[in-house]
Design a protein around this ligand. Structure first.
Ligand code: DAH
Length: 347
C-alpha cells in the first residue's frame, strides 16, 4: 500500500469514528484543512520536477476525491442519524385520543332557575326580570311596608347613600317582591279599558341581597317571585299550583305540602310553605321552601287595581335552597365560591 492509499484509508477510518458532526469536521480538517495531510502533499508538489509533478498530482487528486467522497457519505449518515433521533424523540402516537376542549355547564342554580321557569311556564306563567338596584318605594313602601316600620328589618338589605334621578332612595333589592308591583302596574296600564282585565300570572326570578352570611345565608342569593291576580283567584289555587310545582320540580309525588301561618306586610293571610318527602334521606323532615299569601288590598291598590275587584296570591321562593335540596348540597356558599372542583360535578 503506498502512502496515499494509506492516507485515504486513515481518513475513512477517522470519519467512521466521528459520531457527531463536530467530530467529523475536526477529522476533515486533519486531512483537507489548511495544514491537513492531503493539503501538505499538494504543497510538496512544488518541490518536484515538472514531469513527476503531473503524475504525482493526478494521484493526489484521486486520493483527495476519495477522501471527499468518504466525508460526504459520513456527513449524510450523521445527518440521517440525527433526524432519526429527533423523529424518535418527537414521536407522535396518532392512535392516542385527541385532546378535548373543556366544555362548560350551566351553574346548578341556573339549572334550577330554568326548571322553575319551564314548570311555571307550562302553567301559563309569564317570566319577568327587573332591576337589582331598586327604589325604596318598590322594595318596601309599595309592598305595604311603611317607612320606619320595624317589619322592614325582616328584609334588611344594603342601603346606598344615593337617590335616583327622581330623588328616590336606592337599595339593593332584598327580595323579588318589588317585581309584583312593577309587573302588575305595567300589566294594568297595558290593559286599561279591558273589562275584565286579563289575569296577571307571572314569575320573576333573580338576584337579591341581604345583610346575612353563614352556611345557609349569603349576602347575594336568588329568589323567584310569583303572582297570580284575577277576579276569582284564591288560596286554593295557590295550593294547587304549589303542589304541582314541587312534585314536578323534585320529580316525585311522594311529597307533602304544609301551609304554616306567618306574617308578611304584603299579604294577608300569610303562610310559610313547607314540604316534606315521604322517602329518601330527608324523609319526614319539614323544610321551609317559600313564603306566600293572599295579596294585601293596599298592595293591590299600588298595582293600580281595585282591591274590591281583583284578588290573588303571591309567593317568594328560594331557588338556592331548592338547588341544595335537589342535589344534596349542605353549604350554600359552595354555589358562589366559583370552585371548579365543586361546579364540575354538575357536568
Ligand atoms: N319577599 C318575602 C321575603 O323575601 C317572601 C315572600 C313572602 C314573597 C310572601 C311573597 C309573599 O310574594 O307573598 O321574605
Amino acid at each position: 500500500m503506498n502512502d496515499l492509499e494509506q492516507l485515504v484509508q486513515d481518513a475513512q477510518a477517522a470519519f467512521a469514528l466521528a459520531l457527531a458532526p463536530a467530530d467529523l469536521e475536526n477529522a476533515k480538517a486533519r486531512y483537507l484543512g489548511k495544514s491537513g495531510s492531503l493539503t501538505e502533499q499538494l504543497k510538496a508538489l512544488a518541490t518536484l520536477a515538472p514531469d513527476e509533478k503531473k503524475a504525482r498530482g493526478a494521484l493526489i487528486n484521486a486520493a483527495k476525491q476519495q477522501v471527499e467522497a468518504a466525508l460526504t457519505l459520513r456527513r449524510q449518515a450523521l445527518a440521517d442519524a440525527e433526524l432519526d433521533a429527533q423523529l424518535k424523540a418527537e414521536a407522535l402516537d396518532v392512535t392516542l385520543p385527541g385532546r378535548q376542549r373543556g366544555c362548560g355547564v350551566l351553574h346548578p342554580v341556573s339549572r334550577t332557575m330554568e326548571r322553575i321557569e319551564a314548570i311555571f311556564g307550562s302553567m301559563g306563567f309569564d317570566v319577568a326580570e327587573g332591576p337589582e338596584i331598586e327604589t325604596d318605594w318598590y322594595s318596601f313602601t309599595a309592598l305595604n311596608n311603611p317607612e320606619n316600620h320595624p317589619a322592614r328589618s325582616m328584609q334588611d338589605t344594603f342601603y346606598v347613600d344615593m337617590k335616583d334621578a327622581e330623588g328616590r332612595w336606592l337599595n339593593l333589592r332584598p327580595h323579588t317582591s318589588p317585581m309584583q308591583v312593577r309587573y302588575a302596574r305595567a300589566h294594568a296600564e297595558k290593559h286599561r279599558g279591558c273589562d275584565p282585565m286579563p289575569e296577571i300570572r307571572v314569575i320573576a326570578p333573580g338576584r337579591t341581597y341581604r345583610v346575612d352570611s353563614d352556611a345557609t345565608h349569603s349576602p347575594m342569593f336568588h329568589q323567584c317571585e310569583g303572582l297570580w291576580i284575577g277576579e276569582n283567584v284564591s288560596f286554593k289555587d295557590l295550593k294547587v299550583v304549589f303542589t304541582d310545582f314541587f312534585r314536578n320540580f323534585f320529580e316525585t309525588d311522594d311529597l307533602q305540602l304544609r301551609f304554616r301561618p306567618s306574617f308578611f306586610p304584603f299579604t294577608e293571610p300569610s303562610a310559610e310553605v313547607d314540604i316534606a318527602f315521604s322517602s329518601g334521606p330527608l324523609k319526614g323532615r319539614w323544610l321551609e321552601v317559600a313564603g306566600s299569601g293572599q295579596v294585601h288590598p293596599n298592595v293591590v291598590r299600588n298595582y293600580g287595581l281595585d282591591p274590591d275587584r281583583y284578588i290573588g296570591f303571591a309567593f317568594g321562593m328560594g331557588p338556592d335552597r331548592l338547588t341544595m335540596l335537589r342535589y344534596g348540597v349542605n353549604d350554600l356558599r359552595l354555589f358562589f365560591d366559583g370552585d371548579l372542583r365543586f361546579l364540575s360535578q354538575f357536568k
